[in-house]
Every structure is written in C-alpha cells, then in structure tokens.
Ligand binder design. Structure first.
Ligand code: DC
Length: 223
C-alpha cells in the first residue's frame, strides 16, 4: 500500500479553510481532518477555564480523550470518545477557549500525536494552523490561505447564521482579531506559513477560483 497523501491547509479564522478543505477532500476522494474541531472539542470537554489548570491535571484529563476519523470527503466524521462532534463547538466563544488551550504545550503534544496517528493510515486534507509547519512537514502539497479581517468576519458571520447561531458582526471582528493575535503570537507552533507553502490571499477571490487553483497546484504534485 502506498503512503497516505496529505494536503495541508493552514490560515487564520474565517478564511474559508473548512469549505475548501471539504471540497478538496470530495474532489480527491480522501478524508478531511478539521484539527480546529479537535482543539474546540478538547476545550469543550475539559470546560471553561481548563487552560488555567495545573499541567498534571491537564495531562491526566487528556488521557481520557480519544479522537477518531471515519468516512471520506465532506462525509468525514470526527468523533471524540466514539461520539461524533456536533455544531455545539462552533461558536466564537468556544473558538477562543480552543485558542487558549492551544497555547499549552501538553495540549499541542497530545494533538500532534492524535493527528499524526490519523495521518499515518489515512490520506487527508488536513486543515488548521500548524499542519504544514509542525504536524505534516513531509506533506507534498501545502497551502496557506489569508484574507482581510473584515472579510473573514463577514464570512464567519454568514457561516454562523447558516448554522442557526447568529452573531453580531462588530463583535465577531473583535473576537476574531483577538483570537488571531493569540494564535499568531504564541510560543509553540504559532500560526504562520510553512516555508514551502503556497500562499493565497482570498480577500477578493471567489471560492470557486480558489478551489480551482488548489486543485491544479495539487495535481502538479502527481496525486
Ligand atoms: O480552525 P478553528 O477556528 O476551528 O480553530 C479553533 C482554535 O484552535 C484556533 O483559534 C487555534 C486552535 N488551533 C490550533 O492552535 N492549531 C490547529 N492546528 C487548529 C486549531
């Protein structure tokens, strides 16, 4: 059996990573790994304020968590302890909890092991903040997506509305800015493009155009 093929998709909140990752996974008939959802589910499960716990307490709690990925394309299902993740983790508040947890080395090490284990057996479109720089450094195809803060907040606003979780646009701009600043400036695995990543600014591009570009760049790598 040939080694799994990994496409990495990194970038800040609301840049369109999830939509594009799902479409790419459907197109290439491989699984979609939403690592942001893993951090969100971890924060949700441990609860608000867990980022202030003692290291040993966090490490002990992490031992009770097991992530699995099943299915393919946009039907890929990420589960925590056998239960599929739901939209409950999708609010901007839980996003900030996830960002707070994501600063902690023990949490990042735990996620690294879980994510690499999944990528050892499964071809993936892996979406997150450090997929190209830390987790799947060997991936032949790395993308870093970016867009203006206001445009990203507008996209997230629409996404939350579609999920039946409406938010205030101005508040979202503030929340996303705070979260990005924290993700870009943390000591461990900060959000940044890998040296060999293709950087795409999607502010003025329509999603279909970006998708076609990612497909053609991936095809050049002989998938
Ligand atoms: O992609 P998202 O908005 O669902 O991610 C939620 C938070 O999780 C994000 O603000 C930072 C953290 N995260 C991370 O540190 N590394 C990843 N690979 C994915 C997410």
């Amino acid at each position: 059996m040939s080694a799994p093929f990994i496409i990495t998709l990194d970038g800040p909140a609301g840049v369109g990573k999830s939509t594009l990752a799902r479409r790419l996974a459907d197109h290439f008939e491989i699984a979609y790994l939403d690592t942001g959802a893993m951090f969100r589910a971890t924060a949700w499960k441990l609860g608000k304020g867990a980022w202030d716990w003692k290291n040993e307490t966090i490490e002990a709690a992490l031992q009770n968590l097991e992530f699995t990925l099943s299915g393919s394309g946009s039907n890929s299902t990420l589960s925590l302890n056998g239960i599929a993740l739901t939209n409950e983790i999708r609010t901007e508040n839980v996003g900030m909890w996830a960002s707070n947890m994501a600063k902690i080395t023990a949490v990042r090490n735990f996620q690294k092991t879980a994510q690499r284990n999944i990528g050892t057996t499964t071809s993936l479109v892996a979406e997150g903040r450090d997929m190209g720089t830390v987790i799947f450094t060997q991936a032949p195809c790395k993308f870093f997506l970016d867009a203006d803060l206001k445009e990203r907040a507008r996209r997230r606003f629409n996404q939350l509305e579609e999920m039946g979780k409406p938010a205030e646009l101005d508040e979202l701009i503030e929340q996303i800015k705070a979260r990005d600043d924290q993700d870009r400036n943390r000591k461990v695995a900060p959000l940044k493009p890998a040296e060999d990543a293709i950087i795409v600014d999607t502010t003025k591009l329509d999603i279909n155009g970006v998708f076609e570009r990612l497909v053609s760049e991936t095809e050049k790598k002989h998938l």
